[in-house]
Design a protein around this ligand. Structure first.
Ligand code: AGP
Length: 610
């Protein structure tokens, strides 16, 4: 996720761009840049680092000009570097982009043959060259721009400068957010409203597959066929105080609600051949001639990422029939594990900086194991020393409690398992296509679960002052019981324990007494009857049951104090859907107690010390 901004009109562009980028910094902060038309010439300044570093450079240069565009980056394709920072440039065209161009790997060689060579490692740069190519073929910009947009697949929010039209900013949107602000003798464009709210409260929202241009006294919007679109203006009533969280009370809640987009972006570009094939080109060097050279797979991580790894074990062993050993990084690195070149080491880390996990990677390298990392931060320490990295594209996760990165990790593990299942021929094409179809539905199913529901406030009011809660589930959802307990502990400070339901009778059931809240995840799968028996065991001893069940289950609401439903999906995808209610339960319990949800006591977002 990145942030873009543009302005055209009366004020000095550099001040407006920097202020706007500061308000967009939460969307990404590994590099930044601006392009300003100074005396008819596009001047580009970009930096690997924060907005503050860019501002220092601009303060020295004192670029003059009232039209410009800016970008703050969260690297998705191409490591954080000055070369990969936006704006990107072709002869007359300068672009800032937020989104993922899924077919850029196809377009790059085609354009190279025509003499348009990408210099950076990014997907975004291809857009400049596509527009430039059509201009060089004699098209006017108002034809060249939409024609180029019709060639790309994927998501984009664009602001474009064309040096031969120094009074205009061209804009376009598809699946990434973009708003236009209307001022007096000046106009603005940005990824979100807070970035321009100090300049204007009058905005116009672009819809998908729309493009247009801004001049200081004119805004024109069109569809990709070039037909003009009339769009009503809106006036923003709320204040800047709620910015960056986009009106959410906490970053954590915002990130819970960003999960459909995080899943969509993590899937983007990885479902090839019309959603018939898993495309993970990063892994191909590890599986030469499409054979599996590994005897076993280790999955090692910490905290929530470890819980993702536990889910991954169920997926990989079922789909690929390769033995998988999951372990905590802090234990694995000291227990003399049997590691050699026949092992595949998969490490999972949102930050890519966790000290214990990094130490495992260094140990595995010495033992000649091959390393695949699953990370959310491009070019962080762990990816830099891995043979391959499968990035999650969840965008910056600001809340200390991991939510959208976790479900994005589960998406990557699903894709990885399907890739292995296909490679080892344990899955047939029909299985893979059916699994891809179910995966593609997850974003919309998540949106259904995210519809406002007072059940979470009811649960918070009733149980936030209990000394402890128990979570249990079976099979692939047992790790989600552990994750639910961890979420609650780390943000509400209420004690909680997660268990595999089958373990209850081996001790934990002694904890059950009148009114003890017990959260049970009970999907309609092969474990349903046994989990139902576990529910009866705790209920006869007085437990208060909070059940997470499959849409349409008529039995569970009759016995539970509260029931939260998730849509039906394939067995290996239910953890993605169950994750949302357990996150929301923890969030509302913590918010009810008034703890610091985004920065809980004693915790840090990235544990870079042992
Ligand atoms: C998750 O909610 C916690 N903040 C914590 O357990 C986290 O998952 C763990 O520290 C691992 O971090 P990483 O994914 O960045 O390696």
């Amino acid at each position: 996720m990145c942030g873009i901004i543009g302005c055209v009109g009366g004020q000095e562009a550099s001040e407006i761009l920097i202020e706007g980028l500061r308000r967009l910094e939460y969307r990404g902060y590994d590099s930044a840049g601006v392009a300003i038309i100074d005396n008819g010439i596009v001047q580009i300044q970009k930096v690997k680092g924060k907005i503050a570093d860019l501002q220092k450079i601009l303060n020295k240069l004192r670029l003059k000009g009232t039209i410009g565009i800016g970008h703050t980056r969260w690297a998705t394709h191409g490591r954080p570097s000055e070369l990969n920072a936006h704006p990107h440039h072709s002869k007359d065209i300068t672009v800032v982009h937020n989104g993922i161009i899924e077919n850029y790997r196809v377009l790059v060689p085609i354009l190279k043959k025509k003499g348009y060579v990408c210099k950076s490692e990014t997907d975004s740069e291809i857009i400049c060259h596509l527009i430039q190519m059509y201009l060089d073929q004699g098209l006017k910009m108002e034809k060249a721009f939409p024609k180029a947009l019709c060639q790309v697949r994927g998501s984009y929010a664009l602001a474009v400068l064309y040096e031969k039209e120094p009074h205009r900013i061209y804009v376009a949107k598809n699946a990434s957010p973009l708003v236009v602000g209307k001022g007096q003798g000046e106009n603005f464009v940005a990824s979100d409203i807070p970035a321009i709210l100090n300049q204007t409260r009058t905005i116009l929202i672009l819809e998908d597959q729309e493009w247009g241009f801004l001049e200081k006294d004119n805004i024109r919007i069109f569809n990709l066929k070039g037909q003009p679109i009339r769009r009503s203006l809106k006036t923003i009533q709320w204040s800047l105080a709620t910015t960056e969280k986009d009106g959410f009370r906490h970053f954590m809640l915002k990130e819970i609600y960003e999960q459909p987009m995080a899943v969509q972006n993590t899937l983007s570009g990885r479902l090839g051949n019309g959603h018939q094939r898993i495309d993970l080109p990063e892994l191909e060097p590890l599986f030469p001639r499409k054979k599996n050279p590994f005897e076993r797979i280790y999955i090692v991580a910490c905290g929530t990422s470890y819980h993702a790894g536990m889910v991954g074990k169920y997926m990989m062993e079922s789909m690929a029939r390769i033995p998988v050993i999951v372990d905590l990084a802090s234990e694995f690195r000291y227990r003399q594990p049997v590691l050699d070149s026949r092992c595949l080491m998969v490490v999972i880390s949102q930050s890519g900086e966790t000290a214990d996990t990094l130490a495992v990677v260094q140990m595995a390298r010495q033992k000649k194991a091959k390393i695949v990392s699953i990370c959310n931060v491009m070019d962080s320490s762990i990816p830099r020393i891995s043979e391959a990295t499968l990035y999650t594209h969840a965008g910056p996760e600001i809340g200390v409690a991991s939510t959208k990165a976790f479900t994005a990790q589960l998406v990557v593990l699903s894709l990885f398992s399907l890739f292995l299942g296909d490679l080892t021929k344990n899955l047939n094409r029909k299985d893979v296509i059916s699994a891809i179809e179910s995966l593609s539905k997850i974003p919309s199913q998540m949106k259904k679960i995210l519809r406002p529901d007072a059940v979470y406030q009811r649960i918070a009011r009733k149980y936030a002052h209990c000394p402890s809660l128990l979570y249990f589930a079976r099979g692939i959802n047992a790790p989600i019981a552990l994750e639910g307990a961890l979420k609650l502990k780390e943000i509400s400070y209420i004690h909680a324990e997660g268990y595999a339901a089958g373990e209850l009778k081996h001790g934990p059931i002694a904890l059950i007494d009148e009114g003890v809240p017990v959260v049970v995840l009970i999907p309609q799968d092969e474990h349903y009857d046994k989990t139902y028996s576990n529910i009866e065991e705790v209920q006869t001893r007085g437990a208060d049951l909070i059940a997470l069940a499959t849409q349409g289950d008529k039995l569970i609401p009759k016995i539970a104090k509260e029931t939260i439903f998730i849509p039906k999906t394939q067995w290996f995808l239910s953890p993605l859907l169950f994750s949302i209610p357990i996150q929301l339960m923890a969030y509302y319990m913590a918010d009810y107690k008034g703890t610091d949800v985004d920065q809980p006591r004693n915790l840090a977002k990235s544990v870079t010390v042992e």
